[in-house]
Design a protein around this ligand. Sequence first.
Ligand SMILES: Nc1ncnc2c1ncn2[C@@H]1O[C@H](COP(=O)(O)OP(=O)(O)OP(=O)(O)O)[C@@H](O)[C@H]1O
Length: 363
Amino acid sequence: MTQEFTFQRISTSQMQTEDLKKKYILQKILGYGRYGTVYKGVNQRTQETVAIKELRHSIDDQGINAQALREIEILKSIQCQQIVSFKDLAHGQNKIYIIMEYMEEDLLTALKRNTFSEQQAKMIMFQVLQGLAYLHNKGIIHRDIKPNNILNRNLEIKICDLGMAQNLKKLKPQTIRIQNHSYRAPEVFLGLLNDQYQVDVWSAGVLFIQLLFKDNLFEGSSDYASFQQILKYCGTPQEGNFVKDNIENWNGVTSLKNYSTFIKEDPQPRTLKAILEKKMSPSLINLVDSMLTLDPSQRITAQDALQHPYFCGMNIQRCLHTIQASRKKVKTEQNTKTDVFNYPNGNKIIVVSQIFQKSQNCF
Ligand SMILES: Nc1ncnc2c1ncn2[C@@H]1O[C@H](COP(=O)(O)OP(=O)(O)OP(=O)(O)O)[C@@H](O)[C@H]1O
């Protein structure tokens, strides 16, 4: 753990917040992650609905664990409409709680219900890329872009879970144990530790396809299986400077640490475009193809992807305006519901709240 992320440093102002239960009412569980549970809650004073991420408080000799501190530090330093905003920090016995803005659902939940039209996927990806370009510009790599970490409220999109994120301006990458293997960039499998900004662009490209096809083309039961899917669709990277549509060149690839672990078979051609043609327009295929370029130094950056002709005429304000306008059309009916929440310490809270039901055709 570095000195910057010690308990003392974060504790002076932040840890003096009131205890969680004095300030917030927990309503229900929104999701589980590797590091804790996320609850929906209400701020008792302002009545604002919030998301509360509970992190297990594994105290070591320096205080809260490094991962939690990193997430808090990064969240607090961010002000971007496409990244979930930090509101408060609270603590309970052996637990720390990050209070964040509340969103309706994550994209994994949305995908279980439906795929998206190309227009919807375009709006989603424009916002994801906007969030990534913001992070990368600040020197931060997210390193865990996947549908469960992209939150959705009627197509308004926010990236969450900065638990794996790293600020490259403070610390150089020290591990390749990042990203869910089905969204993992080829250079991470192969052991390249250089600037890792481009790993997020790869994951976003995988996500883009999934929004339209429902399935993740690179899904695998293991690291090895996922990498074989990459070879199947993106071809085997080869040394040399050539421009050929179905062959991927990547100078230096054969000397990467894990090359011989993952690449054992005869070279395979790149077939991605032919697959994408089934559901995507030519301009979108070109963009996705650029996001899924094997060599990270040739892969399009998040900032350049936003300038790609596919997004011609789009800007973030117009995109959000379109979303808000369509939201007004949503017919809502009010209802009430009762939630009973049991605090881990045995206290019980009963909450009667208003709910808004969306009409059938609203995404
Ligand atoms: N602000 C929010 N609003 C609504 N739901 C949220 C919010 N933040 C998180 N969630 C839900 O909780 C889930 C877990 O959150 P998060 O990814 O931050 O936890 P984690 O422990 O870091 O997970 P992971 O295993 O991916 O590292 C998300 O997939 C999402 O469904």
